[in-house]
Design a protein around this ligand. Structure first.
Ligand code: PEP
Ligand code: MG
Length: 542
């Protein structure tokens, strides 16, 4: 028996036998060709690209796909037809004289390495998509038909090097309940899809492939992020018990999601969900939130090298609004800067990015980007109940500058005869101490406020939220932080405007009761915490 640890992607427990599924594009044997063979290889490559493009488009048009699956297929289409990649592939065949499969292996391996080396979670998370597309091209070039993968037995646990979105999809369709992988990250498309499809999964398990052989029995404990290899009888019995208890709890959970978040003594707490990507919507809707309390729109840039157009953004925002309607959706304008998506701002190297051109400062300094987003938001606003929220506001005048820009864009749309929700509400995040200290003025200027405790704690205690070595100073319930929350509660109450907390404290079972005791009546939480916070609220007395 051996125990391995990793990062849990979708919680649950499963007992089954290992089946290895290793696809390694970087282990493709390089094959050189002669000058006269290049044209034939280029033709083979073009034929493969065309065939995959056709198959992806047919799949997209076939109907019956979830939004998540559609998004992933569209991403694969973009990668497949990326002109830069295509140029590299042709160069590798025509000038470096490699066979088409070798060129695919070399070019995609290089891109994947570059992404992994960037030490940027967002790009690291995209590696799986690139590997997936590369594998599809290699499969076609070598005559392998993906559908011909041997049948999976639902009792098996897939063991992978790194899982790709299409592998997740294959596993889910085959009825496989769990997979484990040696590498991987929380925000990859494959992980997002695993959560959406409910696949019990653990990634980033060091030493997995050296330890687990085909057919060996495994207990996948994605509650604690542990894999037990070749378990003893006692462990198996203990986990079987936990599985049947969890099944009972799940049946109760489906019913509990429908119960209102009212405390035991009758206080109604609004319970909203935070969302980063539209792919999360299916799961979020199952959890029955009162709306979206925070849509972190900057995550739309996740797998992109460019900024999404006005039309693209309008479609995304409209879709979310329609699916949630009539429930409110609070959309936060881009919080770019800090550690977020620096790849889009290559010339913006700053000594202290967290104290630099981040959030609303970035948007105000880049009016073209901001106006494009505002136009998209306003155009989408007629599809449901939208609220616009600005990040990193320091005080009332900061908020008024952002609001003035919205008004200006509204006037522009009026001139163009484009409709938008005239009664749209605008609010500010309270995530900088000065905003909390100036909360009275802000509350008078805003339609609503939302406290971002993640940054409020960081800026109040001068403690980098991402720096493990100072984690001990990142004290979410520090009296100084609580004082600032209390001041904000009082200011919102006086101005009679809604106030919520959308930072991680709201999702914490240790902190949510504290927030409610401070007078907070709306929490916006990580979707996977909705049920437990709902249950917690129902057990509290205010
Ligand atoms: C926060 O700071 O609490 C917040 C919700 O914003 P983000 O985590 O996106 O910075
Ligand atoms: Mg923040």
């Amino acid at each position: 028996m051996k125990r391995l640890r990793g990062v849990s992607i979708h919680s649950g427990i499963f007992i089954g036998n290992a089946r290895l599924w290793i696809r390694k594009i970087d282990q493709f044997k390089p094959v050189k060709i002669g000058l006269d063979g290049a044209e034939q290889e280029v033709q083979a490559l073009q034929a493969a690209l065309n065939r995959i493009e056709l198959a992806l488009n047919e799949n997209l048009d076939s109907g019956g796909l979830s939004e998540t699956e559609k998004d992933i297929l569209s991403t694969h289409l973009l990668i497949l037809r990326d002109p830069e990649l295509e140029k590299d592939l042709l160069h590798t065949i025509e000038s470096e004289l490699y066979s088409a499969p070798s060129a695919v292996s070399r070019v995609f391996t290089r891109v994947c390495r570059q992404f992994s080396d960037m030490q940027n979670d967002y790009f690291a998370a995209r590696v799986g998509d690139y590997q997936d597309v590369a594998q599809q091209i290699l499969d076609v070039l070598s005559g392998v038909v993906t559908a011909a993968e041997p049948e999976w037995d639902p009792g098996q646990v897939a063991v992978l090097e790194e899982v790709s979105p299409s592998q997740v999809s294959v596993l889910a369709k085959a009825g496989v309940r769990a997979y484990i992988s040696q590498s991987g990250s929380t925000n990859s498309h494959a992980s997002i899809l695993s959560r959406a499809l409910g696949l019990i999964s653990i990634v980033s398990i060091g030493g997995l492939l050296e330890t687990v052989g085909p057919g060996v029995q495994l207990i996948v404990d994605a509650v604690s992020g542990e894999v037990i290899v070749d378990p003893g009888l006692q462990d198996i019995r203990g986990y079987q018990n936990r599985i049947s208890l969890a099944e009972q709890a799940r049946r109760i959970g489906d019913v509990e999601n429908q119960l209102p978040p009212i405390t035991a003594d009758g206080t109604l707490i609004k319970l909203y969900a935070n969302i980063e990507l539209p792919q999360e919507l299916d799961f979020i809707l199952q959890q029955n939130p009162d709306g979206i309390g925070l849509f972190r729109t900057e995550f739309l840039y996740l797998e992109r090298r460019d900024l999404p157009s006005e039309d693209e953004q309008t479609n995304i925002y409209s879709n979310i609004l329609q699916r949630l309607a009539p429930r409110p959706v609070t959309i936060r304008t881009f919080d770019l800067g800090g550690d977020k998506l620096a790849h889009l701002m290559p010339d913006a190297t700053e000594e202290n990015p967290y104290l630099g051109k981040r959030g609303i400062r970035f948007s105000l300094a880049e009016p073209e980007i901001f106006r494009t987003q505002l136009r998209a938001l306003l155009r989408a606003s007629v599809f449901g109940t939208m609220q616009i929220m600005f990040p990193m506001i320091i005080d009332e005048s900061d908020f008024c500058k952002a609001k003035a820009l919205v008004k200006d864009v509204m006037a522009e749309l009026d001139r163009e005869g484009i409709s938008y929700a005239k009664d749209l509400k605008m609010g500010a995040m309270i995530e900088i101490p000065s905003a909390a200290l100036c909360a009275s003025g802000l509350a008078r200027a805003c339609d609503f406020l939302s406290i971002g405790t993640n940054d409020l704690v960081q800026y109040t205690l001068a403690t980098d939220r991402n720096n493990e070595s100072v984690a001990g100073y990142y004290i979410q319930n520090h009296p100084a932080v609580l004082r600032l929350i209390q001041m904000t509660v009082e200011a919102a109450r006086e101005a009679c405007i809604p106030l919520s907390v959308c930072g991680e404290m709201a999702s914490g079972e240790d902190y949510a009761p504290l927030l409610i005791s401070l007078g907070i009546r709306a929490l916006s939480v990580n979707p996977h915490q909705l049920l437990s916070i709902r249950k917690l609220i129902r057990s509290l007395v205010t």
